[in-house]
Design a protein around this ligand. Structure first.
Ligand code: GUN
Length: 287
């Protein structure tokens, strides 16, 4: 039976470490604020944004919140990003995604100063990650590396299979596990023989966005299974991309949903913000 990896506990540990660091930085006169922009009132986004602001308050950094109307133009949004780029006290800028369809997400991401790109989505951050230079790493995959490390799971030399190739999770996940010396396979919706490939994984990272899709036939005995999915099932209960009850008896360690990967994203966002306050993006791997 698998060990359950407790993302809530590990994220709390990280936030407590950051709280101490923030207090030490304040003694040195270093402070800063995270600016969070939300366009429209998507309920899921509103929950994420509120959690981000609460996390800032917890670790002791400032947060500025911009709740813009759904019909805000791309120009107006770009103007706000520019204004925040120029504000000395703002050390991190986060534009909550998805944006309304009349706004081009790429244009907005490109407009954020790479020095304040705490999401790690700017092409400069992505490029630095790809070539192993210090920069901001995207929060969810960086959080997964922390979950593995802080659970005592060796990554080097392991076969890591990533399901999903999004810019936010799959691709940076592949780069980060590669940096940790894993042998990495990236799979996606067009991959043939997916169960067979997944059964070769020592560490299976599932970010496919399909509720309860991955069952026992995808998992090798003793594998570590990380579930990035978050959905509501027919009974309105939260579930992941993995059939938890079916996979738990086979795996050696598994993340639950909720309480696995989810809380780590915000913890690593806070880590990136603290790095922004410290001296700008200085390392690819958070700890
Ligand atoms: N929407 C869902 N996840 C994220 C994230 O990590 N950052 C931003 N900016 N928007 C998101």
């Amino acid at each position: 039976m698998a060990v359950r990896i407790d993302g809530k506990k590990i994220s709390q540990q990280i936030k407590d470490e950051l709280k101490e660091k923030v207090s030490a930085l304040r003694q040195e006169g270093k402070e800063g604020t995270l600016a969070v922009i939300q366009v429209g009132a998507d309920p899921a986004s509103s929950v994420y944004v509120r959690n981000k602001k609460n996390a800032c308050a917890y670790i002791g950094i400032g947060s500025l919140s911009y709740e813009l109307k759904e019909d805000t133009s791309e120009e107006e949004l770009l103007r706000l990003v520019e204004e925040l780029n120029g504000k000395e006290e703002v050390k991190g800028i986060l534009v909550q995604l998805p944006l309304p369809s009349h706004i081009c997400e790429a244009n907005v991401i490109h407009a954020i100063s790479p020095e304040k790109d705490v999401d790690g989505f700017h092409p400069q951050s992505v490029g630095k990650l790809a070539i192993g230079e210090p920069g901001f790493a995207p929060c969810t995959p960086a959080g997964i590396i922390q979950l593995l490390k802080r659970s005592g799971i060796e990554i080097a030399g392991k076969h890591c299979v990533v399901i999903g190739r999004s810019n936010i999770v799959g691709k940076p996940m592949a780069l980060l596990t590669l940096k940790e010396n894993a042998t990495v396979t990236v799979t996606h919706s067009k991959t043939k023989n997916l169960p067979e490939i997944c059964r070769q994984a020592d560490i299976l990272i599932v970010a496919m966005g399909k509720p309860r899709f991955i069952g026992a036939e995808y998992v090798k005995e003793g594998a570590v299974v990380i579930d990035v999915g978050i959905h509501r099932d027919a009974g309105n209960k939260l579930c992941g991309d993995v059939k938890f009850e079916e996979v738990e008896p086979i795996a050696s360690a598994i993340t639950p949903v909720p309480g696995g990967v989810g809380p780590m994203t915000i913890a690593m966002l806070m880590d990136n913000c603290v790095r922004g306050i410290e001296k700008g993006p200085n390392t690819m791997l958070q700890g």
